[in-house]
Design a protein around this ligand. Structure first.
Ligand code: ATP
Ligand code: MG
Length: 410
C-alpha cells in the first residue's frame, strides 16, 4: 500500500523547517518583549466549547469541525485557539493574575475546508490574546504588535484594514436595516447566506461567493453598509483607536464590510493582508470579543486578540536562506573527527563531518554541496602537530590554525 499524508495536510520538511524555526523564534522574542506569556492548551476540547465559543452561525462550526465521540463524549480538534485559551483563562482563575493578562500561543488548528494554496485542513497559527482592558489602548497595542512583528520579518506589502461592528446594543438596529435591504434579493444569494440571514445577517458581508459579493455591491446595500450605525460609545472607541494608530504611525484603511469569523466579536475587527499572497491574502485576523468570557461561564472580562496563519507567512518567506554550517571536518580518522566536532559544538560552533573515510577531495566536495562556510582538515600531519588546516570555502583561502584560534574566530 502507498501511504500519503491526508488531503489538506503537509509535511514540513527540513528544506522548509528552518523558516518555521526562524519565524517562531522571532515571534517568541517579539511577544516576550511586550510581556506576553506563552500558553499551551490541548489540541482537542469538548465540542460544546466551540459551538458556544465560536458560534453556531459560523462556517467553522457548521461545516468545518473535526468532531469525534469517545465514550459518549463529543470532542473536537480545535479549529482555532481563542475558545481554548478563554476556557483555560476561566478554569484557572487567570483574571486574578494581573490586568491586563497577556497570552500568546502557537500550534496546529484543524478545519475541514477545500484545500488550495494557502488553505489547508491542518494548518498552524500564531496568536495573542489580551484580557481585561475595555479601552482602545489595548486594541492599538495588539494591532501594533502584529504589524511590527510582520514588518520585522521584512514583509512590506501589507495592508491593515479595520472596522467597528458595534456592540450588542447598537448592532440589532443595523442587522434589521441590513436584513430589510437584502430581503428583496435574498433568493439570489447563496444557500449559506440564507442561513446567515436568519442567524447572523452581518456574516453575509463575509461571504466569499462571487455572486453574493456582486449583490452586496448594489447601491442600496452599499448605502446601508456605509451608514454610521454604531452607538456613541462605539464611535468614541473607534475614533480613539484611530488616533492611537496615527500616533503609533500604523497605517490603516477602513473597510466597512469587514466582519470576521467568530460570532462573539464586537467593536474592533481587523485583518492584515499582503499583496504578495495569492487569492488567500489574509495573513492575520483578529478583533475584540468582550462578551466571550461571560458566555463561556466566566466573569465579564473584555478581551481582544488576533491569529496569524503560519503557512501563509512561511510562503512569503520561501527565499530565506538556511543558516549555513560553520565547519565541516574532513578527516580519515572518524574518532578524532567526532571528538573535534564535539568540542566545536560545545563552543557553539556548528559542526558536522563525513562519516566515511573517503578521499579528502570527495569530502570537501560534500562540504561545498551542503553550503558549509569552512572545512577543517584533520589529516596525519595535523593529528601529529595539533595544528589544523582551515579552508574558507567561499574565498578558497587556506590557513594553519590551532583549536584555540578557531574558538576565537567564531
Ligand atoms: P479566511 O478568510 O482566509 O478563511 P479566516 O477568517 O477563516 O480566514 P481566522 O479564523 O481569523 O481566518 O484565522 C486567522 C488566520 O489564519 C487567517 O488570516 C489565515 O492566515 C489563517 N488561516 C485560516 N484558515 C486557514 C486554513 N484553512 N489554512 C491555512 N491558513 C488558514
Ligand atoms: Mg476561513
Amino acid at each position: 500500500m502507498n501511504y500519503k499524508a491526508p488531503k489538506g495536510t503537509k509535511d514540513i520538511l527540513p528544506s522548509e523547517s528552518h523558516i518555521w524555526q526562524y519565524i517562531e523564534k522571532k515571534a517568541q522574542k517579539t511577544f516576550e518583549n511586550a510581556n506576553y506569556k506563552e500558553i499551551r492548551t490541548p489540541i482537542f476540547e469538548s465540542t460544546e466549547l466551540f459551538t458556544r465559543g465560536v458560534g453556531d452561525s459560523t462556517d467553522i462550526v457548521n461545516k468545518e469541525m473535526y468532531t469525534f465521540t469517545q465514550k459518549d463524549r463529543s470532542l473536537t480538534l480545535r479549529p482555532e485557539n481563542t475558545a481554548g485559551v478563554v476556557r483555560a483563562f476561566i478554569e484557572h482563575g487567570m483574571n486574578r493574575l494581573s490586568t491586563p493578562l497577556k497570552l500568546w500561543y502557537k500550534g496546529a488548528m484543524f478545519r475541514y475546508e477545500r484545500p488550495q494554496a494557502g488553505r489547508q485542513r491542518q494548518f498552524h497559527q500564531l496568536g495573542v490574546e489580551l484580557f481585561g482592558i475595555e479601552g482602545p489602548s489595548a486594541d492599538a497595542e495588539v494591532i501594533q504588535l502584529a504589524m511590527n512583528f510582520l514588518k520585522d520579518l521584512e514583509l512590506n506589502n501589507l495592508c491593515l484594514e479595520i472596522n467597528n461592528i458595534g456592540c450588542p446594543a447598537c448592532r440589532d438596529e443595523y442587522k434589521n436595516k441590513l436584513k430589510a435591504v437584502i430581503q428583496p434579493k435574498l433568493e439570489e444569494f447563496c444557500e449559506d447566506c440564507h442561513i446567515r440571514f436568519e442567524k447572523n445577517p452581518l456574516r453575509i458581508l463575509d461571504c466569499k461567493n462571487e455572486k453574493c459579493r456582486e449583490l452586496l455591491s448594489s447601491e442600496e446595500i452599499e448605502t446601508v453598509i456605509n451608514q454610521d450605525f454604531i452607538c456613541e460609545e462605539c464611535v468614541k472607541h473607534f475614533e480613539e483607536l484611530k488616533k492611537y494608530l496615527e500616533t503609533l504611525n500604523v497605517d490603516y484603511k477602513i473597510n466597512k464590510k469587514l466582519v470576521r469569523g467568530l460570532d462573539y466579536y464586537n467593536r474592533t475587527v481587523f485583518e492584515i493582508t499582503s499583496s504578495d499572497l495569492g487569492s488567500q491574502n489574509a495573513v492575520c485576523g483578529g478583533g475584540r470579543y468582550d462578551p466571550l468570557v461571560k458566555t463561556l461561564g466566566g466573569e465579564y472580562t473584555p478581551a481582544i486578540g488576533w491569529a496569524i496563519g503560519m503557512e501563509r507567512l512561511v510562503s512569503l518567506y520561501k527565499s530565506k536562506q538556511e543558516n549555513p554550517l560553520d565547519i565541516f571536518i574532513v578527516s580519515s580518522c572518524a574518532k578524532e573527527a567526532l571528538n573535534l566536532a564535539f568540542k566545536l559544538r560545545k563552543a557553539n560552533i556548528s559542526a558536522d563531518l563525513d562519516f566515511s573515510a573517503r578521499k579528502f577531495a570527495k569530502q570537501i566536495e560534500k562540504a561545498s554541496k551542503i553550503g558549509a562556510k569552512y572545512v577543517l582538515i584533520l589529516g596525519e600531519d595535523e593529528l601529529n602537530s595539533g595544528i589544523l588546516t582551515l579552508k574558507n570555502l567561499s574565498t578558497g583561502q587556506q590557513s594553519k590554525v590551532s583549536l584555540d584560534q578557531i574558538f576565537e574566530m567564531f
